[in-house]
Write a protein that binds this ligand. Structure first.
Ligand code: DX5
Ligand code: ZN
Length: 218
């Protein structure tokens, strides 16, 4: 087992039935929680109050993805409310290493994310400061977009580099992941997969999770 993780994104869930939606993905590894501030990305979701309630009722641990300005100021709050994993964007952070260390000291897994056009080479020497690196496979901001194949060479470089170092870092992809695209990301070295519409757009989210898991493990 290569330790594949499937993390459904509640951005594609019914926001006014969140507790029931969370119950439908109990077979997932984590629930992916997209926080957007309408500044870092042109969309707005929710903040710590909503995420705290999701933390209270979720059957699986939280994988919080912060698409916000000034994560140095706000990310620790999500670790403090009990999120298992907190990922901030490299483009927005003032001091990514210091912030990752702070998140770990609170007890969360520390993640760093890069947008499709952001190079990963600056992360090579600091991969072990993070528990997860998220390579965005769409421009962040909205669910339901098409997978950007052009991000795969970057993911492959990062995976090769991390493996060479013997790093335990998880490599996550987010955006456009479906039964048909997940294999490309898995082949390029991803082990942690976010899927919004592919899971919540399905009549049977548990079956969709199982299918994605099977495709990614081949
Ligand atoms: C996009 C978000 C994603 C989104 C993925 O900015 O970060 O997590 O929910 O949605 P799908 O899987 O529909 O592309
Ligand atoms: Zn996300």
């Amino acid at each position: 087992d290569r330790g594949v993780r499937i993390n459904p994104s509640i951005l594609a869930a019914d926001f006014v039935n969140m507790q029931a939606e969370l119950a439908r993905i109990a077979s997932a590894d984590f629930v992916h929680v997209d926080v957007m501030d309408n500044h870092f990305v042109p969309n707005l979701t929710f903040g710590p109050q909503m995420v705290g309630r999701i933390q209270d009722v979720s059957p699986v641990p939280l994988d919080v993805h912060l698409m916000i300005d000034d994560p140095d100021r706000w990310a620790p709050e999500y670790a403090e409310l009990g999120a298992a994993s907190v990922t901030f964007h490299l483009e927005a952070a003032k001091d990514a290493v210091a912030l990752a260390r702070r998140l770990r000291s609170i007890g969360a897994r520390a993640g760093v994310a890069v947008k499709p056009d952001t190079p990963v080479a600056p992360l090579f020497d600091i991969v072990d400061e993070f528990d997860q690196i998220l390579v965005m496979t769409v421009e962040p901001g909205f669910g339901g977009q098409s997978f950007l194949h052009g991000t795969m060479p970057k993911l492959r470089d990062l995976a090769r580099h991390a493996r060479k170092r013997g790093s335990a870092v998880w490599l996550q992809v987010d955006g456009g992941i479906s039964d048909s695209t997940i294999e490309y990301a898995a082949q390029a070295g991803a082990d942690t997969f976010v899927a919004g519409s592919a899971v919540f757009g399905s009549d049977d989210p548990a079956a969709a999770i199982a299918r994605l898991r099977a495709e990614a493990s081949r």
